[in-house]
Write a protein that binds this ligand. Structure first.
Ligand SMILES: [Zn+2]
Length: 96
């Protein structure tokens, strides 16, 4: 059993969240305290994190495709790829 360092509640390991305080020290907190401290509940937070990760991979993929198109097909395709990358980025950050 772990203890929430904020409300001192006993906490099953799978519910324990690691949070950094202002001094950069890691501590264990429960989902309720996470929500109190950050203003978002943990599910929303995890969802946003996952979404950001997906955006990152999508943009990375587009960049790789852009470089490939640039080398294989020429400058126009490269520019097209950059435009596409920007669109993908804008679109995925809007979905949040
Ligand atoms: Zn707590």
């Amino acid at each position: 059993m772990l203890k929430c360092s904020e409300c001192q509640r006993d906490l099953p390991e799978k519910e324990a969240l690691v949070n950094k305080n202002e001094e950069g020290e890691q501590r264990i907190i429960c989902p309720e305290c996470f929500q109190k401290l950050t203003g978002v509940d943990y599910k929303t937070f995890a969802f946003r994190k996952e979404n950001a990760k997906q955006t990152f991979w999508a943009v990375l993929f587009c960049l790789a495709a852009t470089v490939y198109a640039f080398m294989e097909k020429g400058v126009e395709w490269g520019i097209g790829g950059i435009v596409l990358t920007v669109l993908v980025y804008l679109f995925s950050s809007k979905v949040k």
